[in-house]
Design a protein around this ligand. Structure first.
Ligand code: NAP
Ligand code: ZN
Length: 353
């Protein structure tokens, strides 16, 4: 075991602060990574503040961070995919059983024995739970380490590991492609990646935002149309017209307004995970045989596919790079929907702690 520098929250109400955590020495199949950048996902904020206590209560201290890119510093003797000096990336998962039907289909994110990158029981017992990427290093089994295309900027690549795959996977699953009309709700970290992917996949892409100040950006990011969702008249114009809508909102909001915009057999998928349950009108779904779904990140093979797709299409996240010392300020801004469009922590800043 060795000590890694990290930023952690010690309770649901305390700010994140500098600390150290124990990490295991790499086992035969492990890769040790020096973390260069880590994105800030709204899920980090939800969990630091224990907003998901009903589903996955937070164990403190909590070191968040699951949008990790860095450089390999050590590999176990059984590691074939990576060597010291390679770029590498880690997303929301670090382990799964590998044998269940979901794992066998490459859908590790739905494995009943999944280990998430932080706040999940640590099978290696370096600590009571896993510790995430707001840290100078991490040790992960090679099965859960991704390759990074060499042409992409690293700060903007980090968010692909969660915001990227979480939007890419349902867009692919529900067939966002040429001839389809796709809506993206909420222009934050996930939403802005959703826009880029929907556009790159060829769909007619419409952004729904509560922030009039984001209209120009939405168009620049690839939207064909932008609707201010508070404007009922503008919403009305799209009634019954969408094949697919991806809801990326982090807070309570009216999803029935979006179900009304689906065409017959259209689908609304929730990736946003607000603290409280959302109300659904049965009638909105019944008239038109519409469906409501959820989706969690994506499997490892699909995450690699997404990264390679980004390499080919030169897609990265639009990031505001911050030092780790600004993480608490970044959380406050996230709550005000004031992020363009993902914070990416330059982990070199942790060296001075
Ligand atoms: P984010 O960057 O904070 O973006 C959320 C966006 O939602 C905001 O920018 C805002 O967009 C909109 N919004 C915020 N409050 C709103 C309100 N009261 N009413 C309507 N719209 C509102 O968050 P994120 O990192 O993209 O994450 C979004 C959600 O997805 C979070 O709940 C997160 O936990 C969840 N998530 C799920 C998965 C998964 O696997 N399913 C993975 C990652 C994250 P506008 O300003 O454009 O309105
Ligand atoms: Zn995330």
């Amino acid at each position: 075991m060795y000590k890694a520098k990290a930023y952690a929250a010690s309770s649901a109400t305390s700010a994140l602060a500098s600390t150290t955590v124990a990490r295991r020495e790499p086992t035969a199949t492990d890769v040790q990574i020096e973390i260069l950048f880590c994105g800030i996902c709204h899920s980090d904020l939800h969990q630091v503040r224990n907003e998901w206590k009903e589903v996955m209560p937070t164990v403190y201290p909590c070191v968040p961070g699951h949008e990790i890119v860095g450089r390999v510093t050590k590999v176990g003797p059984g590691v074939k995919k990576f060597k010291v000096g390679d770029l590498a990336a880690v997303g929301c998962m670090v382990d799964s059983d590998g044998t269940c039907p979901n794992c066998r289909e490459g859908l590790e994110q739905y494995c009943p024995n999944l280990t998430l990158t932080y706040n999940f029981p640590d099978k290696h017992h370096a600590g009571p739970v896993t510790y995430g990427g707001y840290s100078d290093s991490v040790v992960v089994d090679q099965r859960f380490v991704l390759r990074v295309p060499s042409n992409l900027g690293l700060a903007g690549t980090a968010p692909l590991l969660c915001a990227g795959i979480t939007t890419y996977s349902p867009l692919r699953h529900w067939g966002a492609t040429k001839g389809k009309k796709v809506g993206i709700v909420g222009l934050g970290g996930l939403g802005h990646m959703g826009v880029k992917f929907s556009r790159a996949l060829g769909a007619h892409t419409v952004v729904f935002t509560t922030s009039p100040s984001k209209v120009e950006d939405a168009l620049r990011l690839g939207a064909h149309e932008v609707v201010i969702s508070k404007n009922a008249n503008d919403m009305q114009k799209h009634t019954g017209s969408f094949d697919f809508i991806l809801d990326c909102v982090s807070a309570d909001h009216d999803i029935n307004a979006y179900i009304n915009l689906l065409r017959r057999d259209g689908n609304l998928t929730l990736v946003g995970a607000p603290e409280k349950p959302l109300a659904v009108s049965s009638f909105g779904l019944i008239f038109g045989r519409k469906s409501l779904s959820g989706s969690a990140i994506g499997g490892i093979a699909e995450t690699q596919e997404m990264l390679d797709f980004c390499g080919e299409h030169n897609i990265t996240s639009d990031v505001e790079v911050i030092p780790i010392q600004k993480v608490n300020e970044a959380y406050d801004r996230l709550l005000k929907s004031d992020v363009k469009y993902r914070f990416s922590i330059d982990m070199a800043s942790l060296k001075s702690e």
